[in-house]
Design a protein. Structure first.
Length: 608
């Protein structure tokens, strides 16, 4: 091992450009989670304003995201629209009193205007800083010109920026091996860190790249920002029509676990709103489908469950310990049409979306479920004539079954009582290819934040890299895996909802039974707002003071603090602030600080 480390060190030294003084930077100590924001395509459209951006910031903060990396393909001289929108976004973020940070990620022509970018943003209150310097990033720095890439890094250094760019190794970025990692590290001597954009590869390859790059940059003492991606599929009417199978949320979970286990410093969700490549996690204003920004993106499908399911991993990444799940929840993912080549070729000639994208591995026609359970339970999934039963354990469970035409129905039972149920908002069909092989997602509640779903465990004193594998997994014919939060410090509930899994962290194999039925389960619990504590999707936050449709005490009339329904309940938090109660960890997973209270203060002002 010592010889191997020596050889790697010699390789890094040999690849270092002559005459370059390495930037001596300490790795970032705070674990941040950002999202990659495409400034070219705001959800609010071409006329998006401060209030539109503020709404998006609030939705991101509710899931634990600390800020946005603002992807700019131009700036002032080339495309002044970028600079104008970025200034509006900084103005919106300043209203949150420092709780939400921004930094520019220069792409394309914007890399020609680094001086004006740094000069414009460095003094703004919402600008993210490290060591007193404004943080600056980039995508594809210098293109394929390594000399220009190095020149731009030195320029950013002279400008006083804390620079953490992305650039590709000479062999391309599809697969990062030890040779590519060494090259990237050697070429980062003038930067403060490195950003691995990822996205365009299978999840397993992205997870391996994260592990390797994280180890490499930890060895040279620089910050490493990795990425996690929900799904990737280029536009069917473009030149990048390819896809990478993620098996619902499973692929994104692998990438999260790689970031956690490898000790990456920062994570960037790629992306918040890239409508073209389907990597978006932003709420689209609908629980089913919507046209956003431009009709050329087609009919976008709801991806918010990727964001909500990530809340568990965001909390885990930031604290270094598995969160304790305090309420049951599940998230489902499925395509809306067949994925094989048995398509109507006559239709395919006039409808490009009916033609499957290029893919390294076959795309799947399955209904995927990620379930977060407080106790053992049974999940029954009915989809058309198909029905499958899964035995779930405490922790994170990932299951799947073959899809069929119809609206999938999900029901979770514990101790002979239904605890959660939901019917998918959109039906699977044989002929409607408007989804263009994208994934549709949904959740057991409305697509809201899930802060209240987790709490801190009592095992937080353990170092973040000594926890072992991030969730033991085992596979069966039905593709069922569970990740267990079991450790000596985990809280044991004393209610009568069933015995906890007495596994001591061992692997569990699911018991699945499948049979054909002629009649699907009835649709129950599918209305929006079935979970009274969920945060509805809307740009207007004033609705947060309205009473929920569930049978809940109207605390404003009775003067009583509302009861939690398991998910985040902003009314309870607003009530606590107004009535002088302590806003503490019992209301939010993260420790409450003056900065994080600022969003609640803003809600008070706007909802009054």
């Amino acid at each position: 091992m010592k010889r191997r480390s020596l050889l790697k060190g010699l390789a890094l030294s040999a690849m270092m450009p002559c005459g370059i003084t390495p930037v001596r930077a300490q790795p970032a100590s705070t674990r941040y989670v950002f999202a990659h924001y495409m400034v070219a395509w705001p959800r609010g459209g071409t006329d998006a304003g401060v209030e539109d951006y503020l709404a998006e910031f609030g939705e991101a903060m509710a899931r634990g995201i600390d800020g946005f990396a603002l992807n700019c393909g131009g700036w002032s001289a080339s495309e002044p629209m970028y600079k104008a929108r970025v200034l509006q976004m900084y103005e919106a973020a300043e209203r949150l009193g420092g709780a939400f940070k921004l930094f520019v990620s220069a792409d394309g022509n914007a890399q020609n205007e680094l001086p004006d970018i740094v000069r414009t943003t460095s003094g703004l209150k919402a600008q993210l800083k490290q060591g007193g310097k404004p943080v600056l990033s980039a995508y594809g720095l210098g293109g394929r010109d390594a000399a220009r890439c190095e020149s731009l890094m030195r320029e950013a250094n002279r400008l006083g920026a804390w620079f953490i760019p992305h650039f590709s190794p000479s062999s391309g970025e599809a697969t990062i091996g030890e040779e590519q990692a060494a090259e990237i590290a050697a070429r980062s001597t003038s930067a403060d860190g490195y950003f691995f954009f990822g996205a365009g590869a299978p999840p397993d390859a992205l997870a391996r790249s994260t592990t390797l790059l994280s180890s490499t940059f930890r060895r040279i003492g620089k910050t490493f920002m990795t990425s996690v991606t929900p799904y990737y599929r280029g536009l069917s009417n473009g030149t990048n029509y390819r896809a990478f199978e993620t098996d619902g949320f499973s692929g994104m979970a692998k990438e999260w676990q790689a970031a956690i286990e490898s000790g990456a410093n920062w994570v960037q969700i790629v992306t918040w709103n890239d409508w073209a490549e389907s990597t978006y996690v932003a709420p689209i204003g609908s629980t089913s489908k919507a046209h956003v920004y431009n009709n050329r993106f087609g009919e976008l499908l709801n991806h918010t469950a990727y964001l909500d399911a990530s809340r568990y991993y965001i909390a885990w990444f930031k604290t270094g310990a598995r969160p304790v799940i305090e309420s049951d929840a599940f998230y489902y993912f499925y395509r809306l049409h067949p994925v094989d080549l048995r398509t109507d070729m006559a239709r395919a000639l006039v409808d490009p979306s009916a033609v499957p994208p290029r893919s390294l591995a076959p795309l799947t026609a399955r209904v995927h479920v990620t379930a977060l359970m407080t106790r053992r339970a049974t999940l029954t999934v009915t989809c058309g004539a198909n029905r499958a039963v899964f035995e779930l354990v405490e922790g994170v469970n990932e299951v799947s079954m073959p899809s069929a035409p119809g609206r999938p129905h999900f029901e979770i039972v514990r101790n002979n009582a239904v605890v959660l149920q939901k019917t998918g908002e959109v039906a699977i069909t044989q002929t409607d290819f408007s989804g263009a092989f994208n994934y549709f997602s949904g959740s057991s509640g409305s697509t809201g934040a899930v802060e209240q779903q987790f709490r801190r465990g009592t095992h937080h004193g353990r170092p973040r890299n000594t926890q072992g594998p991030a969730g033991n997994s085992s596979g069966t014919a039905c593709g069922h895996r569970q990740h267990h939060p079991r450790s000596s410090g985990c809280r044991e509930s004393t209610d009568d909802r069933g015995d906890p899994a007495q596994d001591g962290g061992l692997q569990h194999h699911a018991r699945r039974t499948t049979r054909r039925t002629h009649k699907a389960a009835p649709c129950r619990g599918e209305r929006e707002g079935d979970c009274p504590g969920a945060l509805p999707e809307s740009r207007d936050w004033r609705h947060l003071e309205r009473p929920r449709p569930a049978p809940q005490v109207d605390y404003r009339k009775r003067g009583r603090r509302p009861v939690s329904c398991g998910l985040v309940d902003w009314e309870r938090q607003l009530w606590d602030i107004r009535h002088g109660a302590r806003v503490g960890p019992h209301l939010s997973f993260r420790p409450i600080t003056p900065a994080s209270v600022s969003l609640r203060s803003h809600l008070l002002r706007t909802s009054a």
